[in-house]
Each structure stands twice: as C-alpha cells, then as structure tokens.
Design a protein around this ligand. Sequence first.
Ligand code: MLT
Length: 410
Amino acid sequence: MFQINENYLKLKAGYLFPEIGRRVAAFSDAHPDAQIIKLGIGDVTEPLPAAVVAGMHAAVDELASRDSFHGYGPEQGYAFLRDPIAEQDYQARGVNVSADEIFVSDGSKCDTGNILDILGANNSIAITDPVYPVYVDTNVMAGHTGEADDAGRYDKLVYLPVTADNNFVAELPTSPVDIIYLCYPNNPTGTVATKETLQKWVDYAREHGSLIMFDAAYEAFVSDPSLPRSIYEVDGARECAIEFRSFSKNIGFTGVRCAFTVVPKDLKATASCGTEVSLHQLWNRRQSTKFNGASYVVQKGAAAAYTPEGRAQMKSLIDFYMTNAKLLREGLEAVGITVYGGEHAPYVWLQTPDGMGSWDFFDRLLDKGHLVGTPGSGFGAAGEGYFRLSAFNSRENVETAIERFKSVVS
Ligand code: MLT
C-alpha cells in the first residue's frame, strides 16, 4: 500500500482564502440577490498596463511565425527580463544585484514554498505572527513542524508577535533560529520596516548563521524614499538573505503569473561534511531540474513594464490602488476605527470594533454589509482582534464598501 505525506494531515482546516471563499459561496447561495464586495484576498481588479499588453501581443505574434518561434527558454528566465530587473530595480538604486542572481518564475507563492527543497529538515524557523500563511503551511507540508495547538500554533515554529503593542516590529528571537521569514511592506498588516530594523535582522542573521527569507512582493507600493525596498539595501544582506519579488500586484499579474527570486552568489552554507556550498548553485540546480522557465509571452509582458511607458503606467496603477487604501483608511477612521498600514502597502489592518473576534467581525460584515475582508486570526493567533481590508478593487466598489462599512459599525 502506498503512503501519503502525513504532514498534510497536520494542516489546520483549509488554506485561508479558499476557506473564506467557501463561506462567501454559502452566504451567496442563501442570499442570491446580495451584491457582495470582496476586499478579502489581495487580487487585482484593473486591466493590465497598455505597454505590457502590447509586449505580450508582440510575443504571441513572434510565436505565430516559424522564423521567430521559440520553444523552451532558459530555466532562470530570459536576459531581456533579468537585465532590466537588475539594472532598474537594483543597480539604479545603488544595490548590488546582478542579472545572473535573478531567477524568474511563475510566482512568489510557488518560490517561497519551493525554496524549501534546498534547505535541510532540521532548521528552527521563525515567523512573525500574524503572517502570510504560505510560509507556515509549506513548512508544515515539508515536515518541518510538529502538530498545531488549539490556537493554531505549530510545535517547532518560533512565533514572533507583531501587534500594535510593539508597533508591528518583531523582537529578535530569544533563542537562536536558523531561518527567519520577513515580509515588508508587510502582508497582512500593511506596515513597513525601516532600514535600521532590517539592519538589526541582518546583523542577527550574520551573527547566528541564519538565513532570512525576505518577501518584498509589495515593495512597489512604498512611496517614502527613506524606506528600504530591498533587503540588499542593508549592509551584509547578500551573505544571509534570499529576496522574493512579484509582478502580481504592481502590474496586475495575479492571473498572468510572473515573479522572481534573488539568490546572491555571496550566500553560502556549510554542508555536514564541512564543505562550503553556494545556495545560488543549489537553487539553479533545483530550478533547472524541476522548472522549465516562465512562459515567453509572460516574460515579454513583464519586460515591457521596464520601458519608460511601462514604468509610467505601472506607477498610475499603483497610485490608483494606493488612493483606494487612503480612502479606506480615512473612511474607517471617520467612524472611530483604529487603522494601521495602508500608507506604503495595499492592505489596511484594522482593530475590530468593541473587541470583537476576527471571524465574528467577518460574519457581521458579510451578513449586514455584504462585505468580505480577511479575519486577522486567519494569519495567526496574534492577528486575533484585527481584520484586513485589501485596496485592490474598483474605485466605485471601494466607495460603496466604505459607506456600507460605516453603516455596519455605527
Ligand atoms: C493575499 O491576499 O494575502 C495575497 O493575495 C496572497 C498572495 O499573493 O498569494
């Protein structure tokens, strides 16, 4: 009889967003006329930038002709995309990342899970709480944790609470950890880290021989030039950090799928036999074996976002969503809700009114306002009493949602 990966049996309920989807579908079935507005999952709503569309159209035309047809591409991504990423996202900002340290992929969610392939099974792992659930669940699936307790906290994971009490800045772990997941601008709290905060983590990682998994999927939403957009803006990060970036939110690729991961050549580990090993080489080996590269058409679309027109259109898209975030913040504050985030990130993180539980507030918003958000406790036990609203929606829906929100809470 074959065996299954029993680590999957340790996973709590469903993955958060399908779970919300199930609850919303049940409500919808019972109330077919309800006009539900979804500010739950951070899924984009606006069409692709015109330059990106033109880039993809041209790529399809190339594939339609024998003379310009392409089959398999490089597993690491085409130079026409890796070069402008290195130049514009890093080197132009004074950050030392070269094109051959960039691995283009079909998504950061996949990359943050797949990276575990090149890491050992006995690392102690720290995550902030609340946190993007993928970091936790992929480690559970890989057998890196024990069972979960009643609050949903897995044995062997080190949870670092980030709440209003510590201004959403995690304390350094009190016992040494091998791997640390950081996400800034943060999903779900929408808060940001200063360079000093990141430096503290990098110094910790170098002192303890730890690896930082830095998720920068929302870096494009940072508008304050003094805030870091990459972990590599911090001294020493090339020796201890992997960075994940995504085209999902900045150019609307949640459905198109394209992202990249930076694995610096300075990042080394020591194997149990004492040999020094390059993580860059391990990840290259993993990707060349298990991945055939992101689609040519998609990479052409992403590359078009680095042209002057593409840059300008991307900026308008980001400004549009950040205006939504500002409207949400202001609308909520106007009815006395305490709000965090939403200034350099497309997520607004609010304290539930009257100390309501996160899922109770979810039910109340859905029932009374036909609004969907994400319960803070779905991101971790320390998210209890908080609630996330996504700024990814049409202006009309955001404005209607604010009015409905006001009538539910006042
Ligand atoms: C979220 O809502 O947290 C994101 O959309 C999830 C993701 O990017 O996978």
